[in-house]
Design a protein around this ligand. Structure first.
Ligand code: NAD
Length: 499
């Protein structure tokens, strides 16, 4: 693998992405450039796609000031009007969906159809679902009979209100740049907050282009988007003018975010890494579930937080499951996302690619048996990593304990369910898990013993905008999606009037 080239890409397929229009930050309703820039690279070709501003702390201060100034006006806008504005934003994104999908494939690497589905998921599912949610004031019934310090029903007439928190700092990763960025921005704005969004420096282009298209629909300062290098995240999490951080990224970074936010006691929501297990029961039908297992394991080329990362299969059906998975892997094309035959794209960035190479060295040292290691395109500088299936690697290996964020997956044979559940739960992560089989009672029993925020039965990695996503252990703090997710962007205020 040669070093990343910085030739600008001139591929015909990229014409739709309108790269020549350039990319800007949005601060206080205006396009902003910076003296310094960052380079954004297509992982399928290793060629530069575009440059984006690398802003300094003075521009962050300016954005925070604008967001603070805009807060009092925006919080006073009736919710129905805020929803109308956010719906216009979704419509405008829809008007540019074809262009945005090309841009997303170019920077993120996955197949074009997947990029389109990420945009569609936002504009047709997650956005509209949010518009059906409410943050109404609620009367709370308090039993009169309670004796509190000698007074019955002492608190009186109680009203619970959801009030906006202020300026929200939203920080997102590179694996689902659009969905994870706007999955934060939309509920934050709906709740009446103003926003500073920082996409990953590896994949800022589609988010910046969307911001460019929609920012004029909002009052200046309500929605600001900034790009920068390694300092920008810590500047945001420690900034005294920001009141809440909503972060999605690795557990390693999440811990730093929490530490940094503590100094000003910001509200913090963390959606972090996962090492999801799947348990296949002895009555499962291997040939029937193999494709769904494979898709869950290699979601986003294995770069999905809730991708299935460790598969535990009962010994009676182990060989049928592994044979089916190997057959599917052999037929799966890894390549450039613009090739319609491509099912799995490249690894998104050089840093991640190098991490996977060292995982592979570790696998070789461990002597773990390799069930399958697929082919990748040749004569390319792209970051293509082979689909790799491991057969019963040692439980304590670093590549079993740690999240492997790429197309390497481990399959384990188990004899009895207690052992499978113990091994599945033996991790510091707790994002998702799944159980696969036929007996509904046994499926529910096993599901309830797994330690994760979401347990799927006969499926994996399915999210729904109405359903809260939370985490156990070191996979996160707080809730995203659903009514509960929307409420995390609010203070809960109680008004208690003496009767
Ligand atoms: P990352 O933690 O390296 O970066 C995430 C974001 O944080 C980026 O925008 C980055 O620039 C910024 N950042 C880096 N250092 C920072 C700091 N000290 N302070 C503040 N911000 C900082 O993660 P990544 O490599 O971009 O994404 C992959 C990780 O994200 C994986 O671990 C994956 O499981 C996780 N993820 C979790 C979810 C979820 O919903 N739980 C979803 C997607 C990805």
């Amino acid at each position: 693998m040669n070093a990343i080239s910085v030739d600008v890409e001139t591929n015909d397929k990229l014409k739709k992405a309108k790269l020549e229009n350039g990319f800007y930050n949005i601060i206080d309703g205006k396009r902003v450039s910076a003296g310094k820039t960052l380079s954004v690279v297509n992982p399928a070709t290793a060629k530069q796609l575009a440059i984006v501003p690398d802003i300094d702390s003075a521009l962050l201060d300016k954005a925070v000031g604008a967001a603070q100034n805009a807060f009092s006006e925006w919080r006073a806008v009736p919710t129905s009007r805020r929803k109308a504005i956010l719906t216009s934003m979704l419509n405008r994104i829809g008007d540019h969906a074809a262009e945005l999908s090309v841009l997303l494939t170019a920077e993120q690497g996955g197949p074009l159809a997947r990029a389109r589905s990420e945009i569609d998921l936002l504009i047709k599912a997650f956005g509209p679902a949010l518009m059906q949610m409410e943050l109404h004031e609620k009367e709370q019934e308090v039993p009169e009979s309670l004796d509190i310090f000698g007074r019955s029903g002492a608190i009186g007439h109680v009203t619970k209100r959801y009030t906006p928190i202020g300026v929200v700092g939203a920080i997102s990763p590179w694996n689902l740049p659009v969905r994870l960025s706007f999955g934060k921005v939309l509920p934050a704005l709906l709740a009446g907050n103003t926003v500073i969004l920082k996409p990953s420096p590896f994949t800022p282009l589609t988010v910046l282009r969307i911001a460019d298209y929609v920012h004029d629909l909002l009052p200046p300062g309500v929605f600001n988007v900034l790009t920068g290098g390694d300092d920008l995240g810590p500047w945001i999490t420690s900034h005294p003018g920001i009141n809440l951080i909503t972060f999605t990224g690795s557990t390693f970074t999440g811990k730093r975010v929490l530490e940094s936010a503590a100094a000003t006691l910001k509200r913090v929501t963390l959606e972090l890494g996962g090492n999801d297990p799947g348990v296949v029961l002895s009555d499962a039908e291997p040939e029937k579930i193999a494709q769904a297992l494979f898709d869950s394991m290699f979601l986003l080329s294995g770069q999905g937080c809730i991708s299935l990362k460790r598969l535990y299969v009962h010994e009676d059906i182990y060989s049928r499951v592994t044979e089916s998975l190997v057959a599917i892997a052999s037929a799966t094309k890894v390549g450039d996302g613009f090739d319609p035959q491509t099912r799995l794209g490249p690894v998104q960035n050089q840093l991640q690619y190098k991490r996977l190479q060292s995982v592979w060295e570790e696998i070789k040292r461990s002597g773990a048996k390799v069930l399958f290691r697929g082919g990748v395109p040749t004569n390319t500088e792209g970051l293509f990593f082979p689909v790799t299936l491991l057969d019963n690697p040692p439980d304590g290996s670093s590549f079993v304990i740690q999240e492997v964020f790429g197309p390497i997956r481990s399959i384990f044979k188990y004899k009895n369910l207690d052992e499978a559940i113990r091994r599945a739960n033996d991790t510091s992560y707790g994002l998702g898990a799944s159980v696969w089989g036929n007996d509904p009672v046994q499926l529910r029993t096993v599901a309830s013993r797994l330690e994760a925020g979401t347990i799927w039965i006969n499926q994996h990695a399915i999210r729904n905008p109405f359903v809260p996503a939370s985490a156990y252990k070191e996979s996160g703090l707080g809730v995203e999606f659903g009514q509960e997710g929307l409420e995390t962007f609010c203070n809960i205020q109680v008004i208690a009037a003496k009767r």
